[in-house]
Ligand binder design. Structure first.
Ligand code: THU
Length: 137
């Protein structure tokens, strides 16, 4: 876990946040052991901003990796020590697309060794899984 937290802190350094000055870094661990770092990337058209969590998930999926075991998240205002930063609702839903809500772990770090750990199901109870969405011809 220490190593994953260090990678999330490292990823946070790359956050592009000229508007909010709130920097988030993550390290996503795939079941095959690979890790993917991500940061938030803001845009002058605010809704075009991408959260750190989705940056990492989309990086992985675009490389053909879709099975994940956990994500470590650290976030906080620029020039301040990160604090617990729970993922936004949109990112929770993106996790729901690829991860088993009872097994996928969301780890909130503080930039030191302390962390809190939740399952996706705890942070997104009754999440929409897409069951029945596919159109059957
Ligand atoms: N942000 C993330 O990167 N992840 C979250 O789960 C919460 C919010 C970013 C988006 C925006 O760049 C900044 O934090 C402030 O909302």
């Amino acid at each position: 876990m220490e190593e994953l937290i260090a990678k999330a802190i490292d990823a946070r350094e790359k956050a592009y946040t000229p508007y909010s000055h709130f920097k988030v870094g993550v390290c996503l661990k795939a079941k095959n052991g690979e890790t993917f770092q991500g940061c938030n990337i803001e845009n002058s058209s605010y809704p075009a901003t991408n959260c750190a969590e989705r940056t990492a998930i989309f990086k992985a999926v675009s490389e053909g990796i879709t099975d994940f075991s956990c994500i470590v998240i650290v976030g906080g205002r620029e020039n301040e020590k990160p604090d617990f930063c729970p993922p936004c609702g949109v990112c929770r839903q993106v996790m729901m697309e690829f991860c088993d809500p009872e097994r996928f772990r969301i780890v909130l770090g503080k930039g030191d060794l302390s962390f809190r750990e939740y399952t996706l199901k705890e942070l997104l109870p009754l999440g929409f899984s897409g069951d029945g969405v596919e159109r059957k011809e």
